[in-house]
Design a protein around this ligand. Structure first.
Ligand code: MG
Ligand code: MG
Length: 269
């Protein structure tokens, strides 16, 4: 069942989405060679609590940390570890927080120092595909329109779209209806309605779309051990159109990235 949100609830969800956005912005300063993901996890937990929020993943389905930290060939759901990041790594950081009873859920894949051009291309295309998908999130469209757009875009670069993990509705629960696959067929699936809030999160592999689940029950890696990227935004349907609740702007301010990719998804509510 899709739980739509009122304008007031969407404003509360924006607060939660901005907390996770600011958390990733804070981490952008800290992601560098030599730093451990466990250290970043502690920083994030402190930062989220300072904002009057609670880490959203800690304890959820018994996950033991604040952040999911998935380097290189790890797709998602990796644990923070004492292993230092190395020059040339990529690290996908997924962050959840709860404020006013609502979840924010947000992810970005960071380069660690200098990365090779092929891997940078994977990051660029995966992030672009997030916006290609968000553009389809409007009243009159269906779940399959978003998935088709992301799949069509990323596969045109020869990349693999992970099938087993999907985006989702977001609200008082981390995972609400509908599931939002990053693949699909135009005109298929549930219809979008005013007041929906969803997390759209392409997980895109440089090589095969196939993955393997590790015995720890959480860690997921690509079957061919090639890198995987993950970007996630929280988006509401307002006035029939997509309205971004989360933002990468805090990250861009730190990294000195100029971008107007989010502009078309801002409305005056
Ligand atoms: Mg997430
Ligand atoms: Mg999510």
């Amino acid at each position: 069942m899709i739980i739509t949100k009122t304008r007031e609830e969407i404003e509360l969800m924006r607060e939660s989405a901005l907390i996770v956005s600011k958390t990733l912005g804070m981490l952008a300063k800290e992601v560098k060679p030599g730093v451990t993901t466990l250290f970043l996890d502690k920083l994030a937990e402190e930062f989220i609590r300072e904002q009057g929020a609670v880490p959203g993943f800690l304890g959820l389905y018994d996950f033991p940390n604040t952040l999911c930290m998935s380097p290189n060939e790890q797709v998602v759901h990796g644990f923070p570890t004492k292993e230092p990041l190395k020059e040339g790594d990529i690290i996908s950081i997924d962050c959840g927080a709860i404020k006013n009873g609502f979840y924010g859920d947000h992810a970005y894949t960071f380069p660690v120092g200098e990365i090779d051009a092929e891997t940078q291309k994977l990051l660029d295309v995966t992030k672009e595909s997030l916006y290609v998908g968000i553009r389809e999130l409007k009243v009159g469209n269906r779940v399959g329109d978003v998935g088709f757009a992301i799949q069509n875009y990323t596969e045109s670069f020869g990349y693999g779209v992970v099938r087993e993990l999907v985006g989702h509705g977001l609200g008082k629960k981390m995972h609400e209806d509908p599931e939002m696959p990053n693949y699909g067929k135009r005109g298929r699936g549930k219809k979008f309605v005013e007041g929906m809030v969803v997390a759209i999160e392409p997980m895109i592999n440089m090589g095969t779309h196939r993955i393997k689940q590790h015995a720890d029950g959480w860690t997921i890696t690509t079957l061919d051990n090639k890198p995987s990227a993950h970007f996630e935004h929280d988006v509401a349907i307002v006035n029939g159109k997509p309205e971004l609740l989360s933002t990468f702007q805090y990250i861009y301010d730190v990294l000195g990235i100029e971008s107007d990719e989010e502009k078309e998804f801002r409305q005056n509510l």
